[in-house]
Design a protein around this ligand. Structure first.
Ligand code: DC
Length: 221
């Protein structure tokens, strides 16, 4: 079974997807981390960020694995490096390249073959898994998302300014929404869940209820 979680940065997708997958004992596919990993390796190897065919070839060659909550690229743990500002900036170019998105679609479908998975990103319910049994689009107001991101950064020991975090999020939303291929939007059959004012556990409860409604045997204690 496939559950897709799409939505803008800071809506709480990652923590909700991770917690839901854990509760159900399913795989968690963080597709943002996959785009970030390609961006990191492209920067390291000097692949120009406007060379879409080379970026796509690189995407096909890197073995990306998720293991114990870590992201591995060709066996190397890149979990921390892919979250740096430099990589976040570069990822936009990678995610905008249609041949990279085609390659990612193939890879993501392969990773989800024959397993139960909670997959998160921007285009999972629309482009990659249009036949997913449960599709959710998580949203939250820009203010709430900025507050959460700001708090996460503080927890990581990175100083940031709330207003500049908000502005950066809104700019990223615009880029994600206006991408010609794989643009962020709710699938026609997605449940839109506004997470403003909801705790992470409340979000996960609602997601788990959607899964249970589709598949009663997935009920978890
Ligand atoms: O969710 P995130 O912040 O880790 O995503 C990193 C970037 O990748 C972000 O700019 C959106 C993009 N992305 C995408 O275009 N499609 C996906 N399925 C996942 C992420």
């Amino acid at each position: 079974m496939i559950v897709t979680l799409d939505g803008p940065a800071g809506a709480g997708k990652s923590s909700a997807a991770r917690a839901l997958a854990e509760r159900l004992g399913w795989c968690h596919l963080d597709t943002g981390a996959m785009y970030r990993t390609v961006a990191l390796v492209a920067l390291e190897r000097g692949v120009p960020l406007d060379d879409a065919p080379r970026l796509a070839a690189l995407t096909e060659r890197i073995a990306i694995e998720f293991r114990d909550g870590r992201v591995l690229a060709d066996g190397r743990d890149v979990s921390a490096e892919i979250r740096t500002e430099r990589v976040t900036q570069a990822t936009r170019f990678v995610a905008d390249a249609p041949p990279v998105r085609e390659a990612m679609k193939r890879i993501q479908r392969r990773l989800a073959r024959d397993v139960d998975v909670v997959t998160e990103g921007r285009d999972q319910g629309t482009e990659v898994f249009p036949h997913a049994e449960v599709k959710v689009f998580l949203t939250a107001s820009p203010e709430e998302r900025a507050r959460r991101r700001h708090r996460e950064e503080a927890d990581r020991g990175t100083a940031s300014n709330l207003e500049s975090v908000r502005r950066a999020l809104v700019a990223r939303d615009e880029g994600d929404r206006s991408r010609p291929v794989g643009a962020m939007r709710p699938a026609a059959d997605a449940v839109v869940l506004d997470t403003d004012g909801l705790s992470r556990d409340e979000v996960v409860d609602r997601l788990a209820a959607l899964v249970t409604a589709r598949r009663p045997e997935c009920r978890v204690p």
